[in-house]
Design a protein around this ligand. Sequence first.
Ligand code: HAM
Length: 424
Amino acid sequence: MEAVQAVRGMNDILPEQVGWWQGIEAAARKVLENFGYREMRTPVAEKLELFARGIGESTDIVEKEMYAFEDRNGDWLALRPEATASIVRAYVQHGLHGDSSYHKFYQIGPMFRHERPQKGRYRQFHQIDAEVFGLDGPMIDAEMMHMVSLLMERIGISGVSLNINTLGCPKCRQVYREVLKKFLSDKGDGFCEDCMRRRETNPLRVFDCKVKSCAQLLESAPQLIDHLCEDCRAHFEAVRDHLEKLGTPYAVNPRIVRGLDYYMRTTFEVITDRLGAQSAIGGGGRYDGLVRDLGGPDVAAVGFAMGLERLVLLLEQEKTKPVRSPLCFFASLGDQARASAFLLSQKLRERGVETEIDYEGRSLKSQMRRADKSGAKYVLILGEDELARREVQLRDMLTKTQRILPLDTILETLETIEAEKFNP
Ligand code: HAM
């Protein structure tokens, strides 16, 4: 019978790869919690309307990439393509704004976008996402980017760059829209069909276009950064000043417009040249109007998300794979010894000692092969003779030396070894 395959673009993360994931997630949690972010977990499906209103009807994500479906009640739902809109919804729905002037949340989990899969781009992918509500000053923008740089360092990724830009506020955007519209219509009909449409509906989105000829035409396009109002210019200058004082390296890149409509003022991306076409490892920015537009209070907001798959791909290029091995493998010979080894193994595990055992009564040779493959540091060997003498052999797999221990003290002995592993 033919075996069922996973959905294209949705990947299994197998035990041999999961070490990367656990390492990144642990580093992210540590850094985020140090900066005062608290975890929130929202559902993977939301009402379709949330993303249409939140991300923008004329963005690629909403227009082309959404996993939208009608459920059995006739409600239109979507698998979340990102976490920001969901976190805003939860913040508003649970009235979380009431109990403090500002809030910091984070979420780690799967997102879904129906894009064409390639290296670094999948249909189910995972994000580390962080959001702050209630702070409109430039300090938090800079702190967030500084935190992202620290996070990359803690994860163990080097050679990435932080690109920053500002998209101004609705006031300067209004002016810029007209300037850009004029530029686009002066360029004539050389743009692709999508861009011709965007020219009318949402001109800023032309910068998302992946068609080469459009990108060429846009090279000489006017830039928003040259059309900022006084307040937005001052905000951006202050963000840059904070970054410099924090010692966080960055480059201003006026081309960073982001693929989502909610941004204003600061935007940023962490990019690499080591992942081919998928150069963005993470991105984010300020989105002050969104909470209000989704029915909440008029509070400022800023956030970012990083793609876990892309972080893993980078780590694989730089580091050796983390492997998880038990501290000890319990080998036994004979039915009675196996029964004792079985019981003692459970006791070791209860005491926090990672232990593997033989369940099947295999030959000692085959058990030793398995122990070797598992990477266990110690092998306990219990035969019927040892059992009769209430003894057990402890083999150090690294030094290949063996000693005999009283069976009744092995729990304590291994517990001490396990503790020394953490406090050598
Ligand atoms: P985004 O730039 O759309 O922003 O996604 C953030 C990151 O998610 C990307 O830089 C990339 O690493 C990863 N990513 C996106 N799509 C895929 C994909 N198809 N396959 C693999 N990885 C992918 C956001 O999602 C915003 N919500 C970020 C944000 C939070 N802004 C404010 N708060």
